[in-house]
Design a binder for this molecule. Sequence first.
Ligand SMILES: [Zn+2]
Length: 313
Amino acid sequence: MGFNAKETKKLRNKKATTLANLLGCNVSGQTIYGIKDDYHFSLNKFIYNYSTFYQLSIACDKMLSNEKKVALEKSLKVKIEYNKVNGDHIMNAKFCSNYFNQNKQANQMSNIINQVIQALKEEAINEYTYCAFCHLTKEDEEGEWVIYNGLYIYAHPSCVEKEATQEEELLKLEDANINKLPLSIIFSILGAFVGVIPAMLVLVFADYLFAILFAISPVCAFLGYKLGKAPLRWYATLTAIIASIFATFIGVVIIYALLASMANISFMDLIKDPESGFVATILQVELFNAIGILCAWSYINYINQFSKRRNNK
Ligand SMILES: [Zn+2]
């Protein structure tokens, strides 16, 4: 359903509480939620590509007309997207909100909330008042408004319970894959070595360090990890980083071993010779590797989030 709560955990509770107070809203975990003109809405923060975004979400019974949508996007600098589930259209308005001053931030948010809800009213779009999970009316059970995965939705308590149990089971299933971790680590290391080849070839044949090529190694290491099918938790990214640092180091060692054998001297003699610049090369290469990891970071996190969301469906 729509939004993964884990993606929003970076929003500190304290900051969310202050913002919610300024907006006259409530807070549940990291989700800010409230009611305006009978529309139930939620606000969540998430981070992508080093930028902070907020997302205003309202479950509606219809979508905005295209003209209205474009006009809102232009005037409010938001991006409106829909998550369609049966008759339920979850409208997500994403926007940048990089203010140091929380009063200014609250003003921006309250303006977006007001204008979006005004637009919904003008087009006679109502909020979705069937159960968000079963989409039915039950004779023996009333629905209630709940915060679920960052969304403020109407649902039967029993349906919420069922959905939460299913999600928990999926997570347990994924956690059970922890026994695949050794395989994932091996694939990750193999991936890192494959990924470090282009950078090493350029280093050997052009005697040149090309920073962006070092981004290939952590990405390949991460894809290797995924191939091993271990859980995509925080240690997936960590494994990819360590594997690429390791592969980069070994890559340089191999180059120096080749140089030593070509010069007919021992490897230890070569690296002990200050003229050979072994330590300087290692440091430089690892520095470039760090830059490569930074370049690959948002890609890895993006794939990580995307996979998690798909697994949760
Ligand atoms: Zn239901």
